[in-house]
Design a protein around this ligand. Structure first.
Ligand code: 1CP
Length: 367
């Protein structure tokens, strides 16, 4: 086993576990991506996104890019949720301007019967990237591993591409719930083993991206989204090497389902920008840390506006826990990924504003 460098900044991990921190930690979904000129240059040189993801040194370099520019409190593995369907043999490609495509979508009895938990060796490059990224970070900030939720993965696997409403997947839900349930079960078992392998490789927290629960009706959300998600959570390592591994569920579009989310066996709930943080805190605050939820488009405005909007999000969450033991904590993030047109200087202004404002709010509360 590699002895990793000691962690110098555990602010993010402490906030995940609802412990007091000196300031509000911040990281951003898609912080390593197209808004960074150095990312665009490397991607142009390498040719494709999938080539970047599959080469350990390159993926590691990309994950480190935002850490070198900004004072972020966490790094995230550079990969994609769709490496799982790729490992299942569904044939992933990314078409320019069109997004992901699966050559063999899972739409009938035969395709579903042929679906199995893949050998984790097929995901070896991702696990090697986790280890290499943790080493390259050298303890500067913790590393987040991730996977898609079983339902979100099923959306792409059944549809065969991105979509705004995932009609094919939702139709299968009504016509052939038996087929969909088998897909979800295979996904849940795959996601649990993959995340546990990421933890063993060096991930210090894990995040489940449940990006498409919002397209489901209430009853369907319970059966096809939350139930397989609970199966994943029940199998994850709670600790590794004697250290707690926080679990985060990003629940996009689930602002009207906070009660359901409060019962999940996870430490943090990630919220999109449509959710009122005060309301979310009232329901989730007693048991979960909250992560989010600045509208990513606010970053397209000038830095003074970015700072004011960051301050609004901090104030919407309200006073954070400052005592011993556990209490309400907030991890600053966007409500979804960084928009590719975001000027990097605006991200720098955001990170500084979150750190600065959250320190002054704590000082004011202590008076
Ligand atoms: O260079 C490029 O054109 C690739 C753009 C890109 C990037 C940078 C894609 C394509 N994926 C990623 C990386 C990625 N994806 C990360 C890395 C870490 C980071 O946050 O910096 C993560 C965590 C993801 C997760 C992901 N991929 C999700 C869940 C979060 C979300 O956005 O809701 C989803 C749904 C995907 C699928 C995906 N990957 C890429 C695209 C274009 C899409 C389709 C999105 C859609 O259906 O609209």
């Amino acid at each position: 086993m590699t002895a990793f460098a000691p962690l110098q900044n555990d602010t993010f991990l402490r906030a995940c576990l609802r412990q007091r921190t000196e300031y509000t930690p911040v990281w951003l979904m898609r912080q390593a991506g197209r808004f960074l000129p150095e990312y665009r240059a490397l991607r142009a040189r390498v040719g494709s996104f999938l080539d970047l993801v599959s080469q350990v040194e390159l993926a590691t370099e990309v994950a480190l890019m935002p850490m070198e520019r900004f004072g972020l409190d966490a790094a995230i593995l550079f990969s994609d949720i769709l490496v799982i369907p790729e490992a299942m043999g569904l044939g992933l490609s990314f078409l320019a301007e069109e997004g992901p495509r699966l050559a063999q979508p899972v739409q009938d009895d035969a395709a579903v019967a042929g679906l199995h938990v893949p050998d984790l060796e097929k995901l070896r490059h991702v696990l090697d990237t986790v280890r290499a990224t943790r080493i390259a970070l050298a303890g500067k900030a913790p590393l987040i591993g991730f996977a898609g939720s079983p339902w979100t993965l099923a959306c792409y696997m059944v549809e065969g591409s991105g979509s705004t409403d995932f009609r094919t997947a939702r139709t299968m839900l009504y016509r052939r719930p038996d087929l969909l349930n088998r897909v979800l079960r295979v996904n849940a078992d795959t996601v649990a083993s993959f995340l546990n392998a990421q933890i063993e490789a060096g991930a210090q927290a894990v995040m489940l991206f449940d990006s498409w629960g919002g397209v489901l009706s209430g009853a369907a959300y319970e059966e096809f989204d939350l139930s397989p998600l609970r199966r994943v959570l029940s199998r994850l390592h709670r600790e590794y090497d004697g250290v707690r591994i926080p679990r985060i569920v990003f629940a996009k579009g689930a602002g009207n389902r906070l009660q359901h989310l409060s019962k999940l066996d996870c430490d943090v709930i990630g919220l999109d920008w449509t959710v009122d943080l005060q309301e979310a805190r009232a329901v989730l605050g007693p048991t979960k840390a909250l992560q989010g939820n600045l509208d990513p488009l606010a970053l397209l405005a000038k830095p003074a506006v970015v700072e004011a909007e960051a301050s609004k999000v901090l104030r919407a969450f309200g006073p954070v826990h400052m005592g011993v033991g556990e209490g309400a904590t907030h991890i600053f993030n966007l409500g979804h990924g960084v928009h590719p047109h975001t000027p990097p200087e605006h991200v720098a202004a955001l990170v500084d504003a979150v750190h600065g404002h959250s320190k002054s709010l704590r000082r004011a509360a202590a008076r």
